[in-house]
Design a protein around this ligand. Structure first.
Ligand SMILES: N[C@@H](CCC(=O)N[C@@H](CS)C(=O)NCC(=O)O)C(=O)O
Length: 131
C-alpha cells in the first residue's frame, strides 16, 4: 500500500491541489475514488464518521493521521518534507494569503454547483453538466 492515500474525485479542484503537491514532492501516494457526483458519497453518515465530518474531499490519510482541508494538507506535506516550505515571516504570510484566497474560489464553484443543479440552462452547458 502506498504511503499516502488521497480521497478524491477528478473534478474537484481542492483535491487537485493536494494531488499536485503529492506529485511535486515525489510522494508515494494513491488516489481513492470518492463517488460524489453519482453517489453523493461525501454526504453519507459513514463518510462523515469515518473520514471527514465536514463531508468533503480531499482527505489525506497518512499512517494514523486523517487530514482534511486542502490548505492543511499542503501545509502538512510542506512541513513534513521541507519542500515548498515558506521561509521567514514574509513568505509564510504570502503562502497563507494564497491558501486562504482559494476559500473564496471554492465558494464560487459551490455556487455554480447549486446553479447547475437547479437551472436547465446550466445543466445543458458541458462543464457544469458534470456537477
Ligand atoms: N475548503 C475545502 C473545500 C473542499 C470542498 O469544497 N470539496 C468539495 C469538492 S471540490 C466537496 O467535497 N464537496 C462535497 C459535497 O458538497 O458534498 C478545501 O479546501 O479542502
Amino acid at each position: 500500500m502506498a504511503e499516502y492515500r488521497l480521497y478524491c474525485f477528478a473534478q474537484s479542484g481542492n483535491a487537485y491541489r493536494a494531488a499536485l503537491m503529492l506529485n511535486l514532492i515525489g510522494a508515494d501516494w494513491q488516489p481513492v475514488f470518492v463517488d460524489y457526483l453519482n453517489g453523493g458519497e461525501t454526504r453519507t453518515p459513514e463518510y462523515r464518521s469515518e473520514l471527514n465530518e465536514m463531508g468533503e474531499v480531499p482527505v489525506l490519510v497518512h499512517g494514523g493521521k486523517k487530514l482534511s482541508q486542502s490548505g492543511v494538507i499542503l501545509t502538512y506535506l510542506a512541513e513534513r518534507t521541507g519542500k515548498f516550505l515558506p521561509e521567514g515571516d514574509e513568505e509564510r504570510l504570502e503562502a497563507l494569503r494564497w491558501i486562504l484566497s482559494t476559500i473564496k474560489n471554492s465558494t464560487a464553484i459551490s455556487a455554480l454547483t447549486v446553479f447547475s443543479r437547479t437551472s436547465r440552462q446550466f445543466r445543458r452547458t458541458p462543464p457544469f453538466y458534470l456537477f
